[in-house]
Design a protein. Structure first.
Length: 367
């Protein structure tokens, strides 16, 4: 009887594109210590990269790599904040049926999602009796914030307002950054290894302006934190979320400029790690691309290369061996998320950049 009455704790991990949410979840899952965790992944775009990354480290798959039901749920048809009823509720119903097999639930929101409508959904009667929001964890990309990508310079904004009378609102990206912070019960300042002490202090001061005084800010590299700092916070966020300020109103009015963001996929036969990442960087430099993520199949490589980029910063690592059925069609595919993106134009530019790299390498070899 006691098992039926307990509420399953849910940790919601939010943060802008490329802040390190997936890396944080992988860290939690790899150090769960027997904790039975169900994972819900919500992505913006047609290619489910984050879900595939979790499968690559054994989440949602059996020992033979075959998908299993009940541990990993992928929602790729829109941001959870706008599809709470259509996408989220059916998954939670299925988890209620399996509540005796679950100790904790992790939800990774899309980098474009607002946390507040999702947290408010935990007050619905059918969910409220079975789950509680243990904490909303907001991951901040330290270098991005330090560069001003998600933080307006007050002096510069004032100057713009004086010269442009039509400027009467902040950028959609900055509003999203603020709303993700305002919902937080814990803020992780990530990628601190890429910042000096002064930059870390400046970003933390920026974050402090947007969060209640009781919310802790912890610094991390690659999302690596003690699980005791992440799970078991018992914030019951659903009971106080209505007190948090946001720019976008209630859950019934969650229009936050989705139409301004595009998601397209480009493909190639990757000649090498360096050439592929170099070609992707050239796309970022000449287009408004916030996030790149995908998988590369390198010549002669038995393992799949995960490629992730935020701005012009790229990381890559091998996560698992290609399966026989995959290796017969070893095409590299990458999701590009940004503004005003045209797939045919970007594909041509990607092909051209790869061709230029191959030509340059051939010329160097001849010399």
């Amino acid at each position: 009887m006691q098992t039926q009455m307990r509420k399953i704790p849910v940790t919601i991990v939010t943060g802008f594109l490329g802040s390190g949410k997936t890396t944080l979840l992988r860290h939690i899952l790899q150090h769960a210590g027997g904790l039975r965790i169900a994972v819900i992944v919500n992505e913006f775009g047609e290619l489910g990269i984050d879900g595939e990354i979790f499968k690559g480290c054994g989440i949602g798959c059996d020992e033979d790599g075959r998908e299993t039901e009940g541990q990993l749920y992928e929602l790729a048809n829109g941001c959870l904040c706008c599809t709470v009823q259509e996408e989220f509720f059916p998954v939670m119903e299925r988890l209620v049926e399996r509540r005796d097999q679950i100790d904790h639930v992790l939800i990774e929101t899309s980098g474009l999602a607002l946390p507040k409508p999702l947290v408010q959904a935990f007050n619905w009667p059918a969910i409220k009796n079975s789950f509680t929001v243990d904490a909303v964890v907001t991951v901040v990309d330290g270098p991005a914030a330090a560069s001003g990508q998600f933080a307006d310079n007050p002096a510069a904004v004032d100057e713009q307002r004086r010269t442009d009378p039509n400027l009467d609102h902040e950028s959609p990206l900055h509003e999203l950054f603020e709303d993700q912070l305002s919902s937080a019960d814990l803020v992780i300042l990530n990628k601190t290894d890429l910042l000096d002490d002064a930059q870390q202090a400046a970003v933390e001061a920026l974050v402090r302006e947007e969060i209640p005084p009781q919310v802790k800010v912890v610094r991390a590299q690659n999302g690596q934190l003690d699980l005791h700092a992440l799970l078991g916070l018992e914030a019951a966020s659903e009971t106080t979320i209505h007190l948090r300020h946001d720019h976008h109103g209630s859950a019934d009015d969650a229009d936050h400029h989705h139409d301004e963001f595009d998601s397209v996929v480009v493909e190639c036969m990757a000649p090498s790690r360096e050439a592929t990442i170099g070609a992707l960087q050239s796309l970022v430099e000449s287009n408004t691309i916030y996030r790149v993520k995908g998988f590369a199949a390198l010549p002669g490589a038995a393992m799949r290369l995960v490629v992730q980029g935020v701005g012009c910063r790229f990381d890559s690592y091998f996560d698992r061996r290609w399966r026989p059925e995959e290796n017969t069609n070893a095409t590299s595919r990458f999701v590009l998320i940004g503004e005003d993106l045209d797939q045919p134009t970007l594909q041509r530019a990607f092909d051209s950049a790869l061709s230029d790299t191959a030509t340059a390498r051939a010329d160097t070899h001849e010399v």
